[in-house]
Design a protein around this ligand. Structure first.
Ligand code: SAH
Length: 252
């Protein structure tokens, strides 16, 4: 789970249906987001809340209930309001869901960020929108429709979690030395081996090599070969020639 997502909270303003709170909690949990804040929910939790939370009960139990939006976002440095309409006439910074994920991923290491969702029937008021630094709209096939609030929370949670994951450097994601990319030196050793193997097999005519090796370099360069994959390729070439290839590690 990415710890950065602990800096992201979801705010639901005056939610009418207690079931939506359960669905929202489930959507958040699937994406690794845990901080739910409820600004004046209209009804107490019901059986539906717990049924729809389905395993995300802890998020509902720990949800902070506050009287209004300013109280919900008091400790946040950046606030994004989710709007069912693309507010083309409003002079306010706007983004789509993908841009929102990237924006959140850039901020989370330094700031606490809130995503604010409006009432099921009427959304957010203009006054509430003014509390937001920016607005986000999930593009839809029909502008006159809106998403169910928990589904909107799912989409934006997914975009944020994905952008955070992509922003985490790939080296940090793997500690297995066999799964890092093969070095340029190892690639050169492979190309020499491959070229010789193709000459030995009379597939490549050294008198008339044409663009074969350049194409091979393009192909394997695109493949981003790892150390373990390189060992397979070298082992395979050696085996075709009836020899044995001695496995290398990334530290050789
Ligand atoms: N009739 C209301 C719809 C509210 S839907 C209106 O026009 O505002 C409830 C909440 O879900 C919205 O306030 C918004 O926060 C979120 N939501 C629904 N569809 C969305 C979309 N396409 N993009 C962003 N948020 C959306």
């Amino acid at each position: 789970m990415n710890q950065l997502l602990d800096n992201l909270c979801i705010v639901m303003v005056e939610t009418s249906h207690p079931g939506n709170i359960g669905s929202a909690a489930r959507a958040m949990k699937t994406m690794g987001i845990n901080d739910l804040r409820l600004s004046s929910p209209r009804k107490p939790y019901s059986q539906e809340t717990w049924a729809l939370a389905s395993g995300a009960n802890a998020i509902v139990e720990q949800a902070k209930i506050v009287p209004d939006l300013p109280a919900a976002i008091a400790d946040c440095q950046y606030v994004i309001g989710a709007s069912a309409r693309s507010e083309r006439t409003l002079q306010w910074p706007q983004m789509d869901s993908r841009e929102c994920g990237i924006c959140v991923a850039e901020r989370l290491p330094l700031q606490k960020v809130a995503l604010v969702f409006g009432r099921e029937r009427t959304g957010l008021t203009n006054e509430e929108l003014e509390h937001c630094n920016a607005l986000v709209h999930i593009p839809m096939a029909f502008d006159y429709m809106s998403l169910n609030i928990a589904m909107a929370i799912q989409v934006l949670s997914y975009e944020c979690a994905t952008a955070v994951r992509l922003a985490t450097p790939a080296e940090a994601a793997t500690t297995d030395p066999d799964e890092v990319l093969a070095s340029a030196e190892a690639m050169e050793g492979f190309y020499t081996h491959l070229e010789q193997s193709m000459i030995d097999a009379r597939f490549l005519d050294p008198e008339n090599p044409r663009l074969l090796m350049r194409r091979m370099r393009r192909l394997f360069g695109r493949a981003e070969v790892t150390v373990s994959e390189m060992n397979i390729l070298r082992g395979m070439l050696a085996a075709f020639a009836g020899r044995k290839f001695h496995r290398r590690s990334s530290t050789d």
